[in-house]
Design a protein around this ligand. Structure first.
Ligand SMILES: Cc1ncc(C[n+]2csc(CCOP(=O)(O)OP(=O)(O)O)c2C)c(N)n1
Ligand SMILES: [Mg+2]
Length: 329
């Protein structure tokens, strides 16, 4: 497992660390705001927050280039923000407004951006896995060196379609990185209650796909592993599996009785492993950034998030005429 120590040794600049700090903080504050708006009744339907897991998507995005694609599950707001989609458009979609990425008709789990190569947002567990291989197939077919990042959870990793996809992806040498976000739980079921085969990345061995487990709370370790996986894919060597060991701080969705784990378990991870605190410590303890510099970033992020919430509250609801657009009849 790539460790924090190993990552700290890697040569990382102040600018790079500040970027990770900023990008992770944007996701955290955005999600906290989404949770508030949900509580106020301004967001309806399902809403799955990404709080705690920010280092995974930010570290992986650091290894991407223009043209790379990403696809994920319903826990998707962080992935959108990390690939550069606008906070306003994401928040307004959550509140079901016309200014949202799907014109207010999709909601939390159904947003896309062709421009940023973000292909959703999928509510059916593991459905995005074969779709991700399909996206990778399109690049393989065109003969370019783009890579598709296909994210799914530890629970999704027990779905049959994942293994059919592994087989075909390796057989055809598709440029896809399977990112397992192992946050230890699938709704209320812990990994250990769901399987005896708990090293999820190792299941690729049966299909000839290499993989590794990574400290997903450490953005530098994530980035390092991502670069290795990306190089493998771009070199035409086929798929790669990255199992990110991470943790979600909030409930599975906004309605979660949270009876399957103790408050102490959550607090322990928050105090010992938090991904944002880790980068903050790296910056301040090394003297690379001052408290003032970080405070200025915090303020900036707060403004972006407040602005997105204001936009999401004031953008109009979709016009009735929109009922008949963007549908297959
Ligand atoms: C095919 C299918 N089965 C069941 C569900 C209900 N369901 C929604 S999320 C979820 C848990 C998935 O957990 P995991 O893959 O670990 O992702 P996480 O929520 O932890 O990000 C389940 C069982 C579903 N949406 N689709
Ligand atoms: Mg999970």
């Amino acid at each position: 497992m790539a460790t924090k120590k190993a990552a700290e040794k890697s040569n990382v600049s102040k600018d790079e660390l500040l970027k990770y700090y900023r990008d992770m903080l944007l996701i955290r504050r955005f999600e906290e705001k989404a949770g508030q708006l949900y509580g106020m009744g301004l967001i309806g339907g399902f809403c799955h927050l990404y709080i705690g897991q920010e280092a995974v998507v930010v570290g992986l995005e650091a290894a991407t280039k223009e043209g790379d694609k990403r696809i994920t599950s319903y826990r998707d707001h962080g992935h959108m923000l990390a690939c550069g989609m606008e906070a306003r458009g994401v928040m307004a979609e959550l509140t079901g407004r016309a200014g949202g990425y799907s014109k207010g008709k999709g909601g939390s789990m159904h947003m896309f951006s062709k421009e940023k190569h973000f292909y959703g947002g999928h509510g059916i567990v593991a459905a995005q896995v074969p779709l991700g291989a399909g996206l990778a197939f399109s690049d393989w077919y065109k003969g370019n060196d783009n890579v598709t990042f296909t994210y799914f959870g530890d629970g999704a990793a027990n779905q049959g379609q994942v293994y059919e996809t592994y087989n075909m992806a390796e057989l055809w040498g598709l440029p896809v990185i399977f990112v397992i976000e192992n946050n230890q739980y699938a709704m209320g079921t812990s990994v250990k209650r769901a399987t005896k085969s708990t090293t999820l990345y190792g299941r690729g061995t049966a299909y000839g796909i290499p993989g590794e487990q990574v400290d997903g709370m450490d953005v530098l370790a994530v980035k390092e592993a991502a670069e290795k996986a990306v190089a493998h894919c771009r070199a035409g060597k086929g798929p790669y599996i990255l199992e990110m060991m991470t943790y979600r701080y909030r409930g599975h969705s906004m309605s979660d009785p949270a009876k399957y784990r103790t408050r102490e378990e959550v607090e322990k991870i928050k105090s010992e492993k938090d991904c944002i605190e880790h980068v903050r410590d790296l910056l301040t303890q090394s003297g690379l950034a001052s408290e003032e510099e970080l405070k200025a970033i915090d303020k900036d992020i707060k403004e972006i998030v407040n602005d997105s919430a204001e936009f999401a509250k004031t953008s109009p609801e979709p016009d009735h005429s929109e009922l008949w657009t963007d549908i297959y009849a």
